[in-house]
Design a protein around this ligand. Structure first.
Ligand code: SF4
Length: 996
């Protein structure tokens, strides 16, 4: 929010004092000094001569002065160099300022970077807690190689050269022997825009795997089928109504930047509607909190949409211009005239069944409440912002229809790319083109993109153990990075089985700053830096503008500011901690030392031909050539673009993108135009070059090879949307053509935990919610966060507790899933709906007994893990307690309860369309047996195989539904997109005579 009397610095909303204000402040300090001295007292003017309420102005970042709190009342000044970087403790990429002590040369603390346009100087608790991760006494500092059998717990320290040479030799052999599909890099949180994808493409490998199908695929799929772009970018700050199927004030996607803007809108009178079965912190701030039966969210959305349709309270002009209603009529109602009036008539009929009464019966929310909410939504007009990401879309079979029906409301209101509306994210995101762009690999990785899931939003990552057990392939070298598959995924013990099997995974490499349940099983554990110890770029959709932020090793930048030359980030990081970018460059160089494999060319310097690319040159080139406005901005201060980014950490490229789809395509971009009967415009003119390569679903060329340039709207060729039709796809021709015509429209799919599918003694378990103060497994080495949040009780409504015989909060309960059970403490609360229980996924970290020499002491319980055939049993044998280390605080740990690892007891439940793991579980909850202990877990991985087979049977494989002999629609997004040839199904690959 703008502070009266203060200017906005260019590119930020942050309230920074202007030079004039600083001068005025100086004058006041002088006056105060005179007054104090006139009284005969000693005057102390304040450490940095800047008002304490202000962020450190950037003019002071070379020598920022604060008083030592420990020395008080002595006024001992501490001098800092302030260096920006980007937080990595969630996906929001907020700006941080590292306070580098000019005396010790070490980072003292992290606070917010006021120059960052997204976060505007603010952080959540996890941002400043970065200092804990950097100074964690348990972190991994040196490369390690396994000694003894895999998982046995023995390690030897090795040099980076040894690790690099061994891995390079394996990968080189795999590439030379055409075993590209035996190389896989599995990334949890990328924290960067495409560096690793380019590494894999440069190796000619389709080996990118992600965590997205256990996270946000459901949410993305619904948006992608509408817009060709898989994320919304809500303009919350200017909205009149904010509709969240998420917990955006505490933990939703981009939550700190969004929470700030939601708060601003609320202060101006915006209404907030929150759908969350659990009373989240966000729900407590809502004007309307709806606690629906899990899985009924799409029914509520449809009831709201139906109200808009039946009452005529929608933007007819927008719908007429931008929906693909004509395509829908042509395909599905061939006997009906292709007129908008005919479509409106059909539209009214399509959704008539979704009354408030219907939604009330499905959701348990009174029809009157739903009607009131719908009236509020209808009054929003084009100032309706919304978000759905994980939550319901990640919990349910058909969860992707939650975001598809949510966007239906936006699309009815015309609140698309409007002030206060919801944008396609790519218009508010900027991914700069890098120095080298390798071609698309010519292979297809079946272990990540299996034929059963042609429409999956992302890799079927969590099915990897089952695919390996099926014998669909094997991995020679498997990397994980910011990823802990045993702990994060459902069915973690199946992961443990395959990660321990050298016949299935030949070499397992963990790139990680900390120990984890998975890293214990690795053959190589290679220490990687935290957010202040590595390079990356980021850009995220957080308002209607585009920015780019630079993550950097802050000690490197601080020492370079002092005139030192740093050539390798290991020179400034603790121990031999490295960063991924330099690691990948070096590894790629060693894979192809003479260039004969074609890999090395993508790692060669342009400035020094034949020599290796440095990260400085990589980012120098990017900031110089691919970020509009940055070179000029930097030059105005006499800096290079890289030096400017090293100093300020973030740059706002543009603001107010507006309705890009409405832009008229210039005549210069149109030549040899071909327009389809439905208005898609193709051209053979070259595409305008753009430095922004933010990913979209890219429409395919037409049969003549012309590219899609726009869409004809009322006689004008406009840019439109990157969908096959160029319009918003109310009806998805892709879903219809690829075997799912019954779900081609926004609709309602009853969840696998719909009440009709539950047995009388079953409840629904919500297992997906984040806590505001933890971030999956990577925050377990942050002592501040651990003290705040370290356990995960099972939320249970008093009525359920009474019925089940759970008498008190803290009583142990057994939660039984399809493949096992876990034992947890009960938390009896009215903050959850009757019939539903909830447990946060953040807790329950563990290490095996006998592995006590390594670990993250504040959060990992010690467990015994027993196996008999497919039956596993885990039992905690050592709770967390204080211990001596280099950090005296570890002796002060007062908690012992670190929760339970519930994900181990969940079978895989992949949605047959989106591929999203459907996290909600049908469970039985009962008081624990006297022999049960908190944290006990039992799992049958044989049953896990059966459940995998049941869900696999729901799919419609490409081999039976593909309309064109390919594995997947080419226009859909894919992190590393293979070449067109690789898309062809094997049986239809051209034979020697060229025939299919
Ligand atoms: S929201 Fe918090 S954890 Fe996420 S990037 Fe911002 S400061 Fe870091």
């Amino acid at each position: 929010m703008r502070t009266p009397g203060r200017r906005r610095s260019r590119g930020t909303d942050a309230a920074l004092p202007s030079t004039a204000e600083l001068a005025a402040l100086g004058a006041r300090v002088s006056a105060a000094r005179s007054a104090t001295e006139a009284r005969g007292e000693t005057f102390y003017p304040g450490a940095s001569r800047v008002h304490l309420a202000a962020f450190p102005p950037k003019e002071h970042w070379d020598d920022w002065v604060e008083l030592s709190s420990r020395a008080w009342p002595a006024r001992q000044e501490k001098h800092y160099t302030l260096v920006p970087t980007t937080c990595f403790n969630c996906e929001s990429a907020c700006g941080l300022l590292a306070y580098v002590d000019r005396g010790t040369g070490q980072v003292r603390k992290f606070e917010g970077n006021p120059e960052h346009p997204g976060s505007r100087g603010r952080n959540c608790a996890k941002g400043p807690a970065t200092i804990n991760q950097v100074t964690d006494p348990d972190r991994i500092l040196y490369p390690l190689r396994r000694a003894g059998r895999r998982g046995e717990g023995g390690w030897v320290r090795i040099s980076w050269d040894e690790a690099l040479d061994a891995l390079a030799a394996r990968i080189r052999a795999a590439l030379a022997e055409s075993r590209q599909n035996e190389i896989m890099v599995h990334i949890g949180r990328p924290g960067e825009d495409g560096f690793t994808e380019r590494v894999l493409a440069s190796w000619g490998v389709d080996g990118h795997n992600s965590h997205t199908n256990v996270c946000s695929s459901g949410g993305r799929t619904g948006f992608q089928f509408w817009m060709g772009i898989d994320r919304p970018s809500p303009d919350h700050a200017n909205a009149k109504v904010i509709y969240l199927i998420s917990a955006h004030l505490e933990a939703g996607h981009y939550f700190n930047p969004h929470a700030q803007r939601i708060t601003e809108a609320r202060a101006r009178g915006a209404k907030v509607i929150v759908l969350d079965t659990r009373l989240s912190n966000t729900a407590t701030h809502a004007d309307y909190w709806l606690s629906p039966q899990p899985g009924s969210e799409a029914a509520i959305n449809l009831a709201v949409a139906n109200h808009l349709i039946q009452s005529g309270n929608f933007d007819r002009d927008f719908v007429r211009k931008w929906w693909n209603w004509a395509e829908y009529l042509t395909a599905c109602h061939p006997s009906v005239p292709v007129t908008f009036e005919a479509f409106e008539e059909i539209l009214r009929g399509l959704y008539a069944e979704f009354t408030f009464e219907f939604a009330a019966a499905e959701s348990g929310i009174p029809a009157e409440t739903l009607a009131e909410v719908a009236a509020v939504v209808a009054a929003a007009g084009t100032r309706f912002s919304c978000h759905s990401w994980r939550s319901a879309a990640a919990g349910n079979l058909g969860g992707w229809q939650v975001s598809r029906t949510l966007f239906l409301i936006c699309a009815l209101l015309g609140a698309v790319a409007t002030e206060g509306g919801t944008f396609p994210n790519v218009w508010n995101k900027f991914v700069p083109r890098p120095i080298h762009v390798p071609p698309q690999p010519g292979v297809w990785q079946e272990l990540s993109w299996p034929v059963e899931y042609p429409l999956a939003q992302n890799e079927l990552s969590f099915l990897l153990p089952h695919f390996l057990k099926d014998g669909r392939g094997k991995l020679d070298t498997y990397f994980i990075r910011v990823y802990n598959p045993v702990w994060t995924n459902p069915d973690g013990l199946s992961w443990l089985e395959v990660l321990g099997d050298e016949a299935k995974i030949g070499c397992f490499v963990a790139l990680t700053p900390t120990w984890s349940e998975s890293a214990y099983l690795a053959d190589y554990v290679l220490p990687m830096g935290h957010s202040s110890e590595r390079h990356d770029t980021h850009s995220y959709e957080q308002y209607d503008g585009q920015w780019i932020a630079f993550r950097q090793p802050v000690l490197r930048a601080a020492r370079e500011r002092r005139g030192e030359t740093i050539t390798d980030t290991r020179q400034v990081n603790p121990g031999e901690v490295w960063e991924e970018n330099e690691f990948w460059i070096e590894l790629s160089w060693r894979i192809d030392p003479d260039g004969s494999l074609g890999v090395r060319q993508y790692y060669e310097s342009r400035n020094r031909p034949g020599e290796k690319l440095t990260v400085d040159e990589y980012y120098e080139w990017m900031f110089e050539h691919s970020v509009p406005g940055l070179p000029e901005r930097a030059a105005a201060e006499g800096r290079t673009p890289l030096a400017w980014m090293r100093r300020y950490g973030a740059f706002e490229i543009s603001r107010g993108q507006g309705a890009v789809h409405e832009q008229e395509v210039p005549a210069a971009e149109l030549a040899d135009v071909h327009t389809t009967p439905l208005g898609r415009v193709y051209t053979s003119a070259a595409a305008p070059s753009s430095p922004n390569i933010a990913p979209t679903g890219a429409p395919e060329p037409d049969e003549a090879g012309r590219r899609a340039a726009g869409v004809l709207v009322e006689g004008v060729v406009r840019r439109g949307f990157p969908t096959p039709s160029g319009r918003l796809e109310f009806w998805s021709g892709t879903l219809a053509a690829w075997g799912w015509p019954e779900h081609a429209l926004p609709g309602y799919i009853r969840s696998h935990v719909h009440p009709s599918r539950l047995e009388s003694d079953q409840l629904v378990l919500l297992s997906t919610f984040r806590l505001p103060t933890q971030i999956h497994t990577r925050s377990a080495n942050s002592k501040w966060l651990n003290e705040l949040s370290h356990t995960n009780p099972v939320w249970i409504h008093p009525s359920d507790a009474a019925r089940l015989g759970v008498s008190r909060t803290g009583d142990l309960v057994r939660v039984e899933t399809q493949i096992g059970y876990f034992v947890a403490k009960a938390w009896i609360t009215e903050g959850i709906r009757p019939g539903v229980v909830a447990c946060s996924h953040h807790m329950g970290r563990w290490k095996l007994s006998g592995h006590d020499q390594v670990g993250t002491g504040g959060m990992l319980a010690t467990v015994d893990l027993h196996r008999r055939s497919h039956s596993w049993f885990m039992h905690p044998v050592g709770r967390v307690r204080g211990y001596k280390s280099a950090d005296p605080d570890t002796a002060r740990i007062w908690w012992s309860d670190t929760g339970v690892h519930q994900n181990l007891t969940f079978p895989v439940q992949p949605d047959p369309i989106s591929g999203m793991h459907c996290w909600h579980q049908a469970v039985r909850v009962r008081p624990a047996l006297p022999t049960d202990a908190h944290g006990d877990i039992a799992v049958d991985t044989g049953k896990a195989r059966e459940v995998y087979a049941e869900w696999l049977a729901l799919t419609r494989p490409a081999g039976t539904v593909s309309p064109d002999g390919t594995r997947r629609p080419r226009w859909l997004m894919r992190p590393v997109k293979p070449s067109a040839d690789a898309f062809r199904l094997p049986a239809l690959s051209p034979g020697p005579d060229g025939a299919p």
